[in-house]
Design a protein around this ligand. Structure first.
Ligand SMILES: Nc1nc2c(c(=O)[nH]1)N[C@H]1C(S)=C(S)[C@@H](COP(=O)(O)OP(=O)(O)OC[C@H]3O[C@@H](n4cnc5c(=O)[nH]c(N)nc54)[C@H](O)[C@@H]3O)O[C@H]1N2
Ligand SMILES: Nc1nc2c(c(=O)[nH]1)N[C@H]1C(S)=C(S)[C@@H](COP(=O)(O)OP(=O)(O)OC[C@H]3O[C@@H](n4cnc5c(=O)[nH]c(N)nc54)[C@H](O)[C@@H]3O)O[C@H]1N2
Ligand code: SF4
Ligand SMILES: [Mo]
Length: 583
C-alpha cells in the first residue's frame, strides 16, 4: 500500500491509501480529518473522467516531441509577451514549479485570486497572517457557526465534527447543514458585514465581550466600540433581512460557549469581501476567540505560512480576475479553465481569441482546450511526485509516484525541458524541492507531517501585525447599489463537479413563487451577458435570489469584470440579474 493525497482543490486535503496493483483508493484512517473515508470525487468522478491522451496543434494530433518543440518556439518567440496562467485543477506544491518559466525566461504570471483573495486580505489586515485552525482545536468547540460555507458539499469530512455541538448556520440558501442546525439564519446575500458588526455591538450590550482580551491583545478596542455604534441597528437588520429575535437567539446559542466560526468563500465573492472577513474576525476578537481551545475563525488559510519556499519565483504580474490575455503573444494555461471559470466570460473569450499561441496544459477537455492552438496532456497525480499542503488544516502529505504514465508530461518535466530548450540551466531533481519543504515540517509519531506554522491554538502568543495585536477594521467602504432591481446571483460549488472538472450542472434553481415550471427554459440576464438554462424549483432558495452552481457552462456570462477592493479577487456575486421567459 502507498500513501498519497487527493490533488483536488478542497478544504479536506485528504490523505489517501492506494493499492498500487488495483489503484483502489481509501482514506487514511489515522488522518485527523480524512479518518478512513474519501468522497465520490476521487472514488467515482475522477475515475470516470475522460483524459486527453494525445497532444495536438491546430486541431491535429502530434507527437509529444512535436508539441514540445512548438511550445518552446512559442515561448521563445514571445519573449516578454509570455503569460503563465495557473489554475487549481491540482493543488500540489510542484504545480508551482512552472513559475520558474517567467521568472527565468522573462514574461509574466498572475497575482490575486478567483477564490479566497478578498477574504484573505481581510484576515491578514486583522491578524497579520492567515493560519489554519487545526481540526483538533475545532473539535474542542461547543458551538460551530457555519458562515457561508457549504460543509456537506465542499468540506465533507467536517460533518463528523459538527456532531454533538450547537450548530448555527448563516447562509442565504437552506443547505443540508442549515437543515440540521439548531439555529439557521437565511441571510440576504451580501449583507454579512452588517450582521458581523451588529453581533459585535450586541456582545457589548449583553456584557459578553472579553474585556481582558480587548485590552491586552487588541489595538484601539475603545475606538472600535464607537465605530460599531455608527451602524444603526434597524437599518442593519433590514439589510440582513433578519429579525431582532433571530439575533437574540443567536446570542443565546453562543452564550458561555467556546465557538468556532467556519467561514467559507460564500461571504466574500464581493468587492467588499475583505471587510466582511475583517468584521467577522473583529466579532471573534470582541469575544476573545483567538488563541484559546475550541475557539477561532477558520477561513481558507495561507498553506505556505511558515515555509521558506525552494521555488524562488519573481516575475512581473497581472491581476488574475482581469487577466488581459490579448496583450500576450503566448499564454500557457496550466490546470485551469479560464474560458469558463473566470468572471465576465465574454471578455475572457475575446481576450483569449487574440492570443497567437494559446497553450492548454491539462487533463481534460474543456472550454479553454477547445480554444487552444496547442494542447498538452498532463500526467495525473498518481503518475508524478508531489506534496500536498492544505488551506484548511496544518497537515502535509507527500505524494509519491505510484504508476507509470502511458501519456502526458508533468509540470516538472515541462519546465525542465523548456528551460534547457531555451538555453538555461535545468532544474534540480524533483525530490530535492519536495525534501526542502518536508525538512521544514514537524514529524509526528504516527508519521503525519505538520506545517512549521502549526500551533495548537493559533495566535495564542501574538498576532503577526505591526503592533503584535489584533487590528480592527477602521473604515467601511462600499459603493454597490444593493437596492438595485433584480435578483441576487448565487454561484456556490456543486456536489458533482470540482469547479469545471467532472460532472457539471446544467440547471438553475429558483423559488417556486416566480411562476416557472420545472424544466422550463429561462433566460437569465445581467449587465454583462446572459445564459439560458432549464429551471429546477426549490423552497430552499430565497425569493430574491437565483442559484446557478459554479462550473455550470455559461454561468460566468453573467458575472462582472471587476476585482475586490483588496486582495485582487474575483467578485462573482456582485451583480443583479433579471429573468426572461422564453416564449
Ligand atoms: N463538491 C465540490 N467541492 C468543492 C468545490 C467544488 O467545485 N465542488 N470547489 C472547491 C473550491 S475551489 C473552493 S474555493 C471551496 C469553496 O467552498 P465554500 O466555501 O463552501 O464555497 P461555496 O460553495 O462557493 O459557498 C458556500 C456557501 O456560501 C453561501 N453563500 C453565497 N452567498 C452568500 C452570502 O452573501 N452570505 C453568506 N452568508 N453565504 C453565502 C452559499 O449558498 C453556499 O452554501 O470548495 C472546494 N470544494
Ligand atoms: N461563477 C463562479 N465562478 C467561479 C467560482 C464561483 O464561485 N462562481 N469559483 C472560483 C474558484 S473558487 C476557483 S478555485 C476557480 C477554479 O477554476 P480553475 O482554476 O480554472 O479550475 P477548473 O475549472 O477546475 O479547471 C481545472 C483544470 O485543471 C486540469 N488539471 C487537473 N489536474 C491537473 C494536473 O495535474 N496538471 C495539469 N496541468 N492540469 C490539471 C483539468 O484538465 C481541469 O480541466 O473557479 C472560479 N470560478
Ligand atoms: S473530500 Fe476533498 S480532499 Fe477528500 S477525497 Fe474528496 S475531494 Fe479529495
Ligand atoms: Mo476555489
Amino acid at each position: 500500500m502507498k500513501i498519497t493525497a487527493c490533488p483536488l482543490d478542497c478544504y479536506d486535503a485528504c490523505a489517501v491509501v492506494v493499492d498500487p496493483e488495483t489503484l483502489k483508493m481509501t482514506g487514511l484512517p489515522h488522518h485527523p480529518l480524512t479518518r478512513g473515508t474519501l468522497c465520490p470525487h476521487l472514488n467515482r468522478h475522477y475515475k470516470e473522467a475522460e483524459r486527453i491522451t494525445k497532444p495536438r496543434i491546430d486541431g491535429k494530433e502530434v507527437t509529444m516531441e512535436e508539441a514540445l518543440e512548438a511550445v518552446a518556439d512559442a515561448v521563445r518567440e514571445a519573449g516578454e509577451e509570455f503569460l503563465l496562467y495557473r489554475g487549481s485543477g491540482h493543488v500540489g506544491f510542484m504545480q508551482s514549479i512552472t513559475e520558474l518559466l517567467p521568472a527565468r525566461l522573462g514574461g509574466w504570471t498572475t497575482e490575486g485570486s478567483l477564490c479566497d483573495g478578498a477574504g484573505q486580505a481581510g484576515v491578514e489586515a486583522g491578524r497579520g497572517i492567515s493560519l489554519a485552525l487545526p481540526p483538533e482545536s475545532i473539535d474542542e468547540a461547543e458551538a460551530i457557526i457555519v458562515w457561508g460555507r457549504n460543509v456537506s458539499v465542499t468540506d465533507p469530512h467536517m460533518m463528523e465534527m459538527l456532531k454533538n455541538k450547537t450548530l448555527i448556520v448563516i447562509d442565504p440558501v437552506k443547505t443540508k447543514v442549515a437543515k440540521m442546525a439548531d439555529l439557521y439564519l437565511q441571510i440576504r446575500p451580501r449583507s454579512d458585514f452588517y450582521l458581523a458588526m451588529l453581533l459585535a455591538r450586541f456582545m457589548y450590550m449583553e456584557d459578553m465581550e472579553d474585556k481582558v482580551f480587548l485590552q491586552e491583545r487588541c489595538e484601539d478596542a475603545d475606538w472600535y466600540y464607537d465605530f460599531l455604534r455608527t451602524f444603526r441597528i434597524r437599518i442593519s437588520l433590514e439589510k440582513c433581512d433578519i429579525a431582532l429575535d433571530d439575533l437574540g437567539d443567536l446570542l443565546y446559542q453562543m452564550q458561555n460557549k467556546k465557538c468556532v466560526f467556519l467561514v467559507g468563500t460564500g461571504v466574500q465573492k464581493y468587492s467588499i469581501g475583505d471587510q466582511v472577513l475583517h468584521a467577522i474576525d473583529g466579532l471573534a476578537a470582541v469575544l476573545g476567540f483567538f488563541g484559546k481551545p475550541g475557539c477561532g475563525v477558520s477561513f481558507l488559510s495561507d498553506s505556505m505560512a511558515g515555509f521558506n519556499t525552494p521555488i524562488q519565483k519573481s516575475a512581473k504580474k497581472v491581476a488574475k480576475p482581469l487577466a488581459p490575455f490579448g496583450r500576450f503573444k503566448t499564454v500557457l494555461v496550466q490546470g485551469a479553465n479560464p474560458a469558463a471559470q473566470m468572471p465576465a466570460q465574454k471578455r475572457v473569450e475575446e481576450e483569449l481569441s487574440k492570443v497567437q499561441n494559446l497553450i492548454y496544459f491539462g487533463l481534460y477537455e474543456n472550454e479553454t482546450s477547445e480554444m487552444a492552438r496547442i494542447v498538452l496532456p498532463a500526467k495525473d497525480f498518481l503518475e508524478k511526485e508531489d506534496l500536498r499542503l492544505s488551506y484548511a488544516h496544518p497537515y502535509l502529505q507527500p505524494m509519491p509516484k505510484i504508476k507509470e504514465a502511458p501519456y502526458g508530461i508533468s509540470e516538472y518535466e515541462l519546465t525542465d525541458h523548456l528551460l534547457r530548450a531555451l538555453g538555461k540551466e535545468g532544474l534540480q531533481r524533483t525530490q530535492s524541492y519536495i525534501d526542502a519543504m518536508v525538512s521544514q515540517c514537524i514529524e509526528e509519531p504516527d508519521g503525519l507531517l505538520r506545517s512549521p506554522a502549526y500551533t495548537r491554538h493559533p495566535y495564542e502568543q501574538d498576532f503577526e501585525t505591526d503592533s503584535g495585536n489584533f487590528e480592527f477594521l477602521e473604515e467601511f467602504e462600499d459603493d454597490f447599489d444593493d437596492e438595485a432591481e433584480g435578483l441576487w446571483l448565487l454561484t456556490p460549488k456543486s456536489p458533482h463537479s470540482l469547479n469545471s472538472q467532472f460532472r457539471r450542472e446544467t440547471h438553475l434553481w429558483l423559488h417556486p413563487s416566480h411562476g416557472y415550471e420545472e424544466e422550463e427554459m429561462v433566460c437569465v440576464v445581467s449587465e454583462f451577458g446572459d445564459v439560458t438554462l432549464p429551471v429546477r424549483l426549490s423552497e430552499d432558495i430565497r425569493r430574491d435570489s437565483v442559484l446557478i452552481y459554479a462550473g455550470t457552462p455559461g454561468v460566468n456570462r453573467l458575472t462582472p469584470p471587476i476585482m475586490s477592493l483588496q486582495g485582487k479577487n474575483a467578485c462573482y456575486q456582485e451583480v443583479k440579474v433579471q429573468l426572461e421567459k422564453i416564449s
